[in-house]
Ligand binder design. Structure first.
Ligand SMILES: Cc1ncc(COP(=O)(O)O)c(C=O)c1O
Length: 447
């Protein structure tokens, strides 16, 4: 069967409702062993409309994760780039179809987003998370970080400091710096294998420093924490009582492992919703980062007016990006469910592999995101530790690239307490993950 006819057949099955039927028979009920493509890795379940096990080749596309990293590390052969936070799968067929349809109309004059774009944002969040997104207070941003930047510029005119949890997303540091602010790191504490917040320290830091904004990441990159309602209320109470704005980056919300739950910060209650912004996007969930399309919202109209008038660009988006995002939210529920199961499978496989075969790398299944935070301090020790002026993460990165062909990100990129850790992206096929882990094991065993 040709690629085109396969796709057509899949669309036919979707439109005929066959996916729903087969989805309930196969997708959610009967687990398909994926040993055929990734020997002995366990089980996963998926819809028949796409094949997440497909060995999709990204090389040559000019992307950052494969082409960029492979080029930067020549002459070493990086067979397994697992640093940049995007995914290796073919996208949802409906996204491609929607984009192709628009491409066929060969005129590119001024154009707004699809008519039902905002409705689909509202529906996605309502259906999946029972989150009421105020349609009138949704503002476009070309990326979540750009939205954060707009908010920071509006609410932090005097250049006050921004509080972040660490280890925390590396992009937060750069966006804070590009707004010409400084961050204050609030180190998370590792308690029984899960990171927790030091609330007393958070309050002290806010009282002591000129902090106007707290940048919350939920689910958290890189620890993978899905914050509980209780945890977020404690953080929110500290901020609300001190006049500190909460900016909730929830870009990873659609990736939650099975044992866990994502709770939207703004759903905690009126006082939390009214003193916060939330930012989301289809860019992680459906791997649409190249389309530069995100959104932010708040229940507080005054806040949104302030951003619009003081700090925001005009909020216009690229037409193709909105078409892709719209198709994703409109047609992607089953795909997202399947993706979640798939990443959950990868997380469990990784945990088992480390515990049984690669004991120098420690990892416990995380809660949300497709990112794994690996404790590689024992490997660093075996390597003799970092030289003067060298980061431990750079020593580990070089070792995994040179000896295993695996690219993972240094823990120090995520804050001072990231030393000894590496961040691994699990948004790839079971087979590639298996290949990467085998290569890492072989390299470590040879030490
Ligand atoms: C927590 C978090 N926020 C924002 C971003 C970047 O989003 P965007 O490309 O939409 O700016 C990422 C990407 O890895 C992320 O992990």
């Amino acid at each position: 069967m040709t690629e085109k006819s396969k796709l057509n057949r899949r669309f036919f099955m979707k439109s005929a409702g066959a996916t729903a039927l087969l989805g309930s028979a196969i997708g959610s009920g009967v687990a398909i062993p994926f040993s055929a493509s990734a020997k002995g890795m366990g089980h996963t379940s998926m819809s028949v409309a796409y094949d997440l096990n497909e060995d999709f080749n990204r090389i040559g596309s000019g992307d950052a994760k494969w082409d960029g990293i492979r080029k930067a590390n020549r002459p070493h052969d990086v067979k397994f780039p697992m640093g940049v936070a995007d995914m290796d799968f073919r996208t949802l067929p409906h996204i491609t179809e929607a984009l192709q349809k628009r491409l066929n109309h060969q005129n590119w004059g001024y154009e707004g987003p699809p008519a039902d774009y905002l409705d689909n944002i509202v529906a996605w969040n309502k259906t999946r998370y029972d989150q009421g997104v105020p349609k009138g207070n949704i503002v476009n941003c070309i990326g979540v970080l750009d939205g954060v930047l707009s908010i920071l510029r509006s609410f932090n005119p005097g250049g006050a400091k921004v509080l972040i949890h660490t280890p925390g997303y590396s992009g937060f540091f750069s966006v804070i710096h590009s707004a010409q602010f400084m961050e204050v790191e609030n180190p998370l504490k590792l308690v029984d294998g899960r990171y927790e917040v030091d609330y007393d320290l958070m309050a002290e830091q806010i009282d002591a420093d000129d902090i106007k904004v707290f940048l919350l990441c939920n689910p958290q990159n890189p620890t993978g924490n899905c914050w509980t309602a209780d945890e977020m209320k404690k953080m929110g109470d500290i901020c609300n009582s001190r006049g500190v704005l909460v900016v909730a980056d929830e870009i990873h919300c659609d990736f939650v492992n099975k044992h866990s739950k994502y709770i939207p910060y703004a759903s905690l209650g009126e006082e939390y919703a009214m003193n916060s912004f939330t930012l989301k996007s289809t860019s992680k969930s459906f791997n649409l980062a190249a389309h530069r399309t995100g959104y932010m919202f708040t229940d507080n109209t005054e806040y949104m007016d302030k951003v619009k008038s003081e700090g925001h660009q005009r909020g216009l988006l690229h037409t193709m990006g909105t078409i892709a995002a719209n198709a994703a939210y409109k047609h992607g529920a089953q795909y997202m469910d399947d993706m979640r199961s798939y990443i959950d499978g990868n997380s469990h496989f990784l945990e088992k592999f480390c515990a049984e075969n690669m004991k120098d790398v420690k990892y416990k299944v995380h809660e949300g995101t497709y990112l794994a935070w690996l404790d590689c301090s024992a490997v660093a020790k075996k390597l003799g530790g970092a030289e003067e002026g060298q980061r431990v993460g750079d020593l580990l990165k070089a070792f995994f690239i040179e000896k295993a062909g695996v690219n993972v990100n240094p823990g120090e990129n995520y804050g001072k307490n990231g030393v000894g850790y590496m961040r691994m992206n699990l948004g790839t096929t079971h087979a590639k993950l298996h290949g990467a882990l085998n290569a890492m094991k072989t390299a470590i065993d040879a030490l």
